[in-house]
Every structure is written in structure tokens, then in C-alpha cells.
Write a protein that binds this ligand. Structure first.
Ligand code: NAG
Ligand code: NAG
Ligand code: NAG
Ligand code: NAG
Ligand code: NAG
Length: 496
């Protein structure tokens, strides 16, 4: 009896297994042919979109990268017109945002790496400098629709646009985000914040408003800095820690020049320390951020290999530089007549960026020689061209060096060695195809860490900077706690 009843039950199990298999197969089939299926596209998207990898498909990246290249009129120093490629928003990203909103994926502040309080400074300190005018009492532009966000001017200004990308990222951090990791999130209560962000577009202010106009006694740039100092010194947030819990972006080496002494206790986001005395800025408390590159990023699949790069070493830049730049001249006389070497002078302008881009993408090595400051955007142009950087700048500080080992994709040469006859070329010739290709592969892997874009993407420059800030806070705290160790016993000694 029991023997007989077992057979049908096994049979039923078998039938169920087959039908389950068919069900799975048919749903897979439906997903595969989404565009012809009966399921509405939005539902399908919701299904697929749940997997975060959807947002960062190579397709999307390519769309961003293949946007138009430079137009020469965009290169004027103070042009208002941005390049298309600065604006890394494509139709696909808009779709992502709307999908994200559907899912209502607002970042949870308790999961964020960094909680940031941002002052509601009047627009003249930030987007007002871009010509943006909101309605009465409106402090910030709407950032939900990337097409409505005020654009940063193109051309050379763009190199120092760090301030703009960080501010945009904070503004959008409370709205729904598509598959974004929770890195920095804006909080409304400053006592809950890890850091206080000062949204002053100091580089833009320097670039566009450092000359006095007409009857003005002081430039707008200086006036804004004076007002900023007065504003900050009156805030309880500033007084609480003497400014040490503040983050101020001053990426252009000349930006914040008038206020830097008074604001230097803050954590600064800089291009380098070249024009700062060490007591005002140093690697212990401050952040080095990449320049926004000027040449267009070369897509991974179009990057020329060792054989396809006909030039051994490339340099294009201004020759006569004050301060640390004398080495450029010496190198010029050493290298100018060598074969497979492109060493030319001329600043970026006119068609210069396109030429530089072509030169870098067809060269194996790109020289980064100290100019009037230890850093320059040329390093980042080389990286996104996948041209192995040769860094000849003894004083240089590099972005994210605590997480990136630059020696995996760059060569460092001391200035004193570089100007020895034959030294540089011997070194470059000694790096054969295999070793070079390893560096080139690594360059392709790390390029995205040097991209500024809105909306920002995991691992891009904006997210890397926030993470760096978070690590810096830890190390600053560590040092200050260590200093506190004997505070109490010192007090006792004094009173005795
Ligand atoms: C998303 O899907 C890919 C394959 O398409 C898989 O490799 C990845 O682990 C998935 N991620 C998550 C978070 O499920
Ligand atoms: C983007 O979308 C707009 C309309 O929303 C359309 O006119 C335009 O052609 C699209 N661009 C691309 C590259 O698909
Ligand atoms: C703008 O702010 C001022 C002062 O807070 C207030 O009196 C005024 O009503 C506001 N105007 C609008 C249009 O909200
Ligand atoms: C801000 O946070 C602090 C500490 O968590 C709390 O004591 C205070 O009440 C908060 N203020 C407001 C306005 O929510
Ligand atoms: C099936 C699946 O992966 N579901 C996830 C979709 O995304 C939400 C939000 O991130 C998760 O909570 C689900 O577990």
C-alpha cells in the first residue's frame, strides 16, 4: 500500500520540477526580448535596475566619452560657453535618475561615509558667479534635472572646477540617487556633521573677478573673501573648533589669497602646496585634488597600444617659467634634437588642446615637469590619454596617494637626474614593451578616479575626494587625541 502511494507523489514532484524549469525559462525569455514583450518597459527596468551594476554599464561610459571634442572658441580664458563634454549628462543618465526616483533610493545618512553640513551662503559666493539667478530668497538651483543646473565655464577655468562638482554632489545627496553608494550626504543639523562645507567658488572668483572694475575700490574676489571671513568667524560652527572641522576648496593656486591666513585652520582642498607656507597648508590636514583634465578621455577600447604609439616621449607647455620651472629649459636643450621626442613650447589655446590630445594618445611617455607650481593639469591629461606619466617635480604632492600607488602607472625622476645627459632617454628606452603595457593597463583601470562629473559615479574624483576627507578627519582626530594624552597632568604641574 505504502509502496503504491509513493509512485504518484514522486510523479507529481517530477511534474512540478519540469513546470518550474519552464517557468524560469519563459521569464528569462521575456527579459531577453524586452522590447517586444508584453511586459511594460518600466516594469522590466525596475526588475533589471535593482542590480546596481546596471547603472555603470560600459555603454553608459562610452556615451559620456564619445561626446564632441574641443572647439577653439571654448578655450578663451573667460568664456561662458561650456564644452559638451564637460557636461557628462546623457539621455541614459536622465533615465537612470527617473528610475532611481521611482525606487526612492534616498541615501540613508547613517550609512553615509561622510555627513556634511553646508552653509547656505548667498548665491554670489557660488552659483551666482556662474550668472545664475534664482527667484527671491532662493539660495540653490534645482539640481534634480541635470539640464537645469548652471554650467561651469569651459576652457582653462575648468581645470579648477572642483568646488563646483563637490557642491553639486552635496545638493543632490538628499534626493533620490541611482545606484549611488552613500559617500557624502548633506545633513541639516551641523552638530551631526563630520565636516562643515564652505560652498565658496574661490577659483572661479579668482579667475573671473580679481580685477577691479570702474570705480570699485576692491575687486569682487577680495570683497567676497572679506565677507566670507566675517561670516565664518561669527558662526558657532567655526568657533566650536577654531575652523578645524571646516572644508574649504581653494584649488587655483592663487585663489583665497586674501583670506587664506585667517581660514587656514580649515581643511583645504588644493592643487598643491607650492604657494602656501607650511604652517598654512600641509599634507597632514589638507587634501590634494586632481585638476579637471582638459583633453578628452580616450575610451579604453580606442587606447593605442605600445606599437601604435609612434612617439617615445611627449611634452608641450610653456618653456620659461619662474620659480621651480628652470628645469624645463634645461630639458629642452637636452631633448629637442632627439628622435622620437616631441618637446615643444606653446600654451594650450586655439587648437592646442586637440593637438595635445593627439600627441599624448600617440606617445608612450608624457613628461610632467615642474612649472611655476609643482603640479599642473598636464599630469591628468596624460592619465586620461593613457600616456605613462614621467613626473619630474620633486616637490609634487599627488591626489589620493594613500590609496593609489602611482609607481604602478608612472615614472618618477628626480630633477637632478633628469638633467644629466642621456639619463632620461636611457631610462625610457630601458622600459620594454611588457613593462610599459603593464603600466598602460593600470592607467586604464585608474582613469575613472580622475573624472569629475554630475551626477557623480562610484569611484570618480568627487567620491574619491569625499573618501579622502573622511580618512583625513580620522588622522587629524588621531593626532589631536594623542596631543590630549597628558593634558590633565600638565594642568596639575602648572597649578602646583
Ligand atoms: C549584478 O549582476 C551581475 C551580472 O549581471 C553580477 O555579476 C553582480 O554580482 C550583480 N550584483 C548584485 C549587487 O546583485
Ligand atoms: C536626448 O533626448 C532628447 C529628447 O529628450 C532628444 O531630442 C535627443 O535626440 C536625445 N539625444 C540622444 C543622443 O539620444
Ligand atoms: C524673503 O525673505 C525675507 C526675509 O526673510 C522675507 O521677509 C520675504 O517675505 C521673503 N520673500 C519671499 C518671496 O519668500
Ligand atoms: C541637532 O543635533 C543635536 C545633537 O544631535 C541636538 O541636540 C539638537 O537638538 C539638534 N538640533 C536641531 C535643530 O534639530
Ligand atoms: C532581489 C533583490 O536584489 N532585491 C533588492 C533590490 O534592491 C533593494 C534596495 O537596494 C534591496 O533592498 C533588495 O534586497
Amino acid at each position: 500500500m505504502s509502496e503504491k502511494s509513493r509512485v504518484p507523489s514522486r510523479f507529481i514532484f517530477f511534474v512540478m520540477l519540469i513546470s518550474l524549469f519552464l517557468l524560469v525559462l519563459s521569464s528569462l525569455f521575456l527579459l531577453q526580448f524586452s522590447s517586444h514583450s508584453l511586459i511594460p518597459r518600466s516594469v522590466l527596468e525596475l526588475i533589471i535596475v535593482n542590480n546596481s551594476s546596471f547603472y555603470f554599464t560600459p555603454n553608459f561610459k562610452r556615451e559620456q566619452i564619445l561626446l564632441p571634442t574641443y572647439k577653439s572658441e571654448d578655450l578663451k580664458f573667460q568664456t561662458l560657453k561650456p564644452r559638451e563634454s564637460d557636461w557628462k549628462v546623457s539621455n541614459s543618465s536622465q533615465k537612470e535618475i527617473s528610475v532611481g526616483q521611482k525606487r526612492n533610493m534616498v541615501c540613508d545618512p547613517t550609512r553615509a561615509v561622510l555627513k556634511v553640513f553646508m552653509y547656505d551662503l548667498p548665491p554670489e559666493f557660488h552659483f551666482g558667479l556662474l550668472g545664475w539667478k534664482g527667484s527671491v530668497n532662493q539660495t540653490w538651483p534645482e539640481v534634480d534635472n541635470p539640464n537645469h543646473v548652471p554650467r561651469y565655464p569651459g576652457g582653462l577655468n575648468l581645470q579648477h572646477s572642483v568646488e563646483y562638482w563637490l557642491t553639486l554632489d552635496l545638493l543632490s545627496s538628499n534626493t533620490a540617487k541611482s545606484g549611488q553608494p552613500c559617500i557624502a550626504i548633506r545633513v541639516q543639523n551641523s552638530s551631526q556633521a563630520d565636516i562643515i562645507f564652505v560652498p565658496f567658488f574661490s577659483s572661479l572668483s579668482y579667475n573671473r573677478h580679481s580685477k577691479t572694475n570702474g570705480e570699485e575700490q576692491v575687486s569682487v574676489n577680495k570683497m567676497l573673501q572679506d565677507r566670507l571671513v566675517r561670516f565664518l568667524s561669527g558662526r558657532k560652527e567655526w568657533k566650536r573648533s577654531g575652523g578645524r572641522n571646516h572644508l574649504i576648496v581653494a584649488h587655483h593656486p592663487n585663489s583665497l589669497f586674501d583670506a587664506r591666513r585667517k581660514l587656514a585652520s580649515a581643511m583645504l582642498v588644493l592643487a598643491d602646496f607650492g604657494r602656501y607656507p607650511v604652517e598654512l597648508a600641509n599634507i597632514k590636514k589638507d587634501i590634494i585634488a586632481p585638476y579637471r583634465h582638459l583633453v578628452t578621455t580616450i575610451p579604453r577600447t580606442e587606447s593605442a597600444s605600445y606599437e601604435e604609439r609612434s612617439t617615445l616621449v611627449y611634452f608641450q607647455g610653456a618653456i620659461y617659467r619662474k620659480d621651480g620651472g628652470a628645469i624645463r629649459q634645461e630639458l629642452y636643450y637636452l631633448l629637442k634634437d632627439e628622435k622620437d621626442v616631441h618637446f615643444a613650447f606653446g600654451s594650450i589655446g586655439g587648437n592646442g588642446v586637440n593637438q595635445a590630445s593627439h600627441g599624448m594618445t600617440t606617445s608612450r611617455f608624457c613628461l610632467n615637469i615642474a612649472g611655476d607650481t609643482p603640479s599642473s593639469n598636464r599630469l591628468f591629461d596624460a592619465i586620461v590619454s593613457h600616456c605613462v606619466p614621467v613626473i619630474i617635480s620633486d616637490e609634487i604632492e599627488l591626489p589620493f596617494e594613500d590609496v593609489l600607488d602611482y609607481s604602478e602607472f608612472s615614472l618618477f625622476v628626480r630633477a637632478a637626474n633628469a638633467i644629466k645627459k642621456g639619463y632620461l632617454l636611457n631610462l625610457l628606452h630601458s622600459i620594454k614593451r611588457e613593462e610599459w603595457t603593464k603600466m598602460w593597463e593600470r592607467l586604464k583601470d585608474i582613469t575613472h578616479h580622475f573624472e569629475y562629473q554630475y551626477p557623480s559615479q562610484p569611484g570618480d574624483a568627487v567620491n574619491m575626494i569625499w573618501q579622502e576627507v573622511s580618512r583625513k578627519i580620522s588622522s587629524v582626530q588621531f593626532n589631536s587625541h594623542r596631543k590630549n594624552r597628558y593634558k590633565r597632568s600638565q594642568l596639575v604641574v602648572k597649578t602646583n
